[in-house]
Design a protein around this ligand. Structure first.
Ligand code: PLP
Length: 360
């Protein structure tokens, strides 16, 4: 089976083998070594000298951790969103009592940087800005470097959902002044779901010291205190740690820049392929993501039929659209363990499946 959805992604044999290991004491020395090793390698992948924590949970848990650790109820927050996951980040902040100004752009359209600047000028009391690096729902990558340049002119906190981009698309956490960056194990990291990973800047720690939102499980102070002892506050997803220790070695020995370049090449194969089949991309091509390709389908194919035929007859699993894009687009995931040949196989299957899935 070719699993080509934007997470969970396929795992290499090393990771699967590591997952089969016997359990160990999560309060023992052996786990401490693995935790320190994984944390050190992750800091390289995040390109940060700040703190990185591994939190047992899915990516959404990491987003919640970013919010509750830096903000207080009533704090003003600017949400920059152009898709489903951007809206989720804003929803979480609102759930905990932040006063969220939603700067929403059309799904698939780029963030208007002038509008961000204007929104920050219009409300001097904004404390934090929420941004999505790679909007998985629309297959586009937002220009976090440019967004950060504006956010940092007015010295706000910048919290970034990089769940489906980190480790695949360049996001230098420190150079781009991102205060919290969130990712999750089942996306570009080639391991099963179970771990959210977050970086925390000095500025985020200063905000944390003042932040009054309720938190317990996600508390960064607890994570930091336990990490100093080579532990996590709560029982971690030990097997996912075993696996991640191996895939981070693969990524770092390939070299981060080579990993990014491979994603760029593979994405280009995906984009060229679907275009040569007569499709158009959902987002502006200039911003098309290197980890997921979103394709306009509505007038040509029945998406649920296409997804079913690909799975049942060609052993290829792709994704449909989410929420208001359901039935309108399909998405091909190409992150983590993916090479040109994998996407060529998907395109071949797509070519064969299309006649059966035509609307008509
Ligand atoms: C997958 C994803 C999420 C949600 O992550 P879960 O692990 O399912 O909680 C959030 N944001 C983006 C951009 C994602 O790709």
């Amino acid at each position: 089976m070719q699993l080509r959805i934007p997470g969970p992604t396929p795992c290499p044999p090393q990771a699967l083998e590591a997952m089969g290991r016997q359990m160990i004491n999560h309060r023992g020395e052996e786990f401490g070594k693995i935790l320190n090793s994984v944390t050190g390698k992750l800091k390289q992948a995040f390109q940060t000298k700040g703190d990185v924590f591994l939190l047992t949970g899915s990516g959404t848990g990491g987003l919640e951790a970013a919010i509750v650790n830096t903000l207080s109820p009533g704090d003003r927050v600017l949400s920059i969103s152009n898709g489903y996951f951007g809206e989720r980040f804003a929803d979480i902040a609102e759930s905990y009592g932040a006063e969220v100004t939603r700067l929403n752009f059309e799904w698939g359209k780029p963030v208007d940087l002038k509008a961000v600047e204007k929104a920050l000028k219009a409300d001097g009391n904004i404390k934090a800005v929420l941004a999505t690096h790679n909007e998985t729902s629309t297959g586009m990558t937002n220009d976090v470097k440019e967004i950060s340049a504006i956010v940092k002119k007015s010295d706000k906190l910048l919290l970034v959902d990089a769940i489906s981009s980190l480790g695949c698309i360049n996001l230098p956490t420190d150079d781009w002044h991102c205060d919290i960056v969130v990712t999750a194990s089942q996306k570009g990291w080639m391991v099963p779901p179970g771990l959210a990973m977050v970086s925390v800047s000095e500025k985020a720690w200063r905000a944390h010291a003042q932040a009054k939102m309720p938190r317990y499980y996600w508390d960064f102070t607890k994570a930091k205190d336990f990490l100093q002892k080579g532990q996590t506050p709560w029982t971690p997803a030990i097997s996912v740690f075993f696996a991640l220790d191996t895939t981070l070695d693969l990524m770092l020995s390939e070299g981060l820049n080579n990993v990014f370049a491979r994603h760029t090449r593979v994405a280009q194969v995906a984009r060229n392929g679907v275009k040569s089949l007569g499709f158009s991309l959902f987002p502006d091509e200039k911003y098309a993501s290197n980890t997921v390709t979103a394709v306009n389908a509505s007038d040509k194919v029945d998406v649920s039929k296409l997804v079913r035929i690909l799975r049942e007859e060609h052993e290829v699993v792709i994704a449909g659209g989410q929420q208001k894009l359901s039935g309108k687009i399909f998405r091909i995931g190409h992150l983590g363990l993916v090479y040109e040949k994998d996407i060529k196989a998907v395109l071949e299957a797509l070519t064969k499946a299309l006649p059966q899935a035509k609307k008509g």
